[in-house]
Design a protein around this ligand. Structure first.
Ligand code: SAM
Length: 330
């Protein structure tokens, strides 16, 4: 089995800069997919002019954002600064969304720091035209802080709406089996138990999801080099429920391109951006690789394998620093 991972690109600026020359886009550029008209832009979420160039006249049925917090951009800053910044991309989203549309935002809460920026963020949202609809919790398999605190295993997903958007929950079932008995009802004179009456052995999606594995290196969808990937299954669930085939889905923080791949799989059109050319390139390559091979990530490889093998300097760098050998298959 070949094994050519690369480390987190955000943590190694030298590696980041060495990979830049293999990226198609630089600041302000837009890549247009010839096959299904997806677009990837190297654009700042807070730059409405650039966003408008990317969108033209199109408006989204669904916006699905996973902003950086406690990562590169906000390592040193506080919740207020994050929220001030967020206000702008929320307004930008609104400008590019249909009058009946849905907005989902992944947002962490720092339990060691008064759960920021969660509280500040939801208060900021109160001042916008978006209506709050749900607060979804996705349970991770693995957590942290198991000795001195409740194991932290949650990811938070906020759901807001504009107008009256579609909500196609009818046939969206989880992989969580129905186990609870005891909801009896008389049907045609016979006492029936809820399992007998149900259409499916599994429960429908509520606002707690415990059937989605977080992305880690052994999963096929893993994209080596990235650090904040959301599971495709979660993104697909949101897209299925809050949009229809052909609709435009947008994501301002593409990173590994999860929303782009999920949109491709589900026949939606996707416009996505990232401020960093590296993640724009990774998103485009993930789509291309998916079309070519059917693979949703690079479990044992990475998006730049081809170039690294030919680039003596880069290859040497990865070997000297991380002992990754791009010449050998394991
Ligand atoms: C948490 S990651 C998103 C992960 C993504 N949902 C996935 O599944 O791969 C955040 C991304 O936002 C990008 N980013 C940070 N600031 C940005 C900005 N102002 N505009 C656009 N993208 C930005 C970062 O480069 C990073 O790739």
């Amino acid at each position: 089995m070949k094994n050519f991972p690369i480390p987190r690109i955000d943590k190694d600026t030298e590696l980041h800069d060495m990979l830049l020359k293999y990226c198609r886009l630089s600041e302000g550029d837009i890549w247009i997919d010839k096959k299904n008209n997806h677009k990837v832009g190297c654009i700042d979420s807070n730059n409405l002019n650039d966003l408008k160039k990317l969108f033209g006249r199109k408006k989204a049925a669904l916006a699905l954002h996973d902003p950086p917090y406690n990562m590169v951009a906000f390592q040193e800053s506080d919740a207020d600064e994050f929220v001030e910044w967020s206000k702008i991309w929320i307004e930008n989203s609104k400008a590019l969304m249909q009058s009946n549309s849905s907005l989902y935002i992944w947002l962490g809460a720092d339990q060691k720091n008064h759960f920021q920026p969660f509280a500040e963020f939801i208060l900021m949202m109160k001042e916008t035209e978006f209506k709050s609809r749900s607060f979804i919790t996705m349970r991770n398999q693995r957590g942290y802080g198991t000795q001195k605190n409740w194991m932290s295993i949650r990811q938070e997903l906020l759901y807001y709406t504009l107008g009256k958007p579609q909500f196609n929950i009818e046939n969206v079932y989880t992989d969580i089996p129905k186990v609870l008995k005891g909801y009896y009802k008389e049907v045609a004179g016979k006492k029936t138990e809820n399992l007998e009456r149900s259409k499916s052995r599994n429960i429908r999606a509520g606002n707690v999801w415990i059937d989605i594995q977080q992305v880690f290196h052994l999963l096929y969808e893993n994209v080596n080099g990235c650090f904040a990937q959301k599971p495709l299954k979660a993104i697909e669930r949101v897209i299925e429920v809050s949009s229809s085939k052909g609709d435009l889905v947008i994501d301002f923080f593409a990173h590994s391109g999860t929303t782009l791949i999920a949109s491709e799989i589900l026949d939606r059109n996707c416009f996505t951006i990232d401020i960093d050319p590296i993640y724009c390139e990774i998103s485009i390559r993930r789509l291309e690789n998916f079309r070519k091979s059917g693979k949703r990530g690079w479990q044992n490889s990475n998006p730049f394998e081809y170039e690294i093998k030919k680039d003596i300097k880069l290859k040497k760098y990865l070997f000297d620093k991380y002992e990754i050998q791009f010449d050998k298959s394991k």
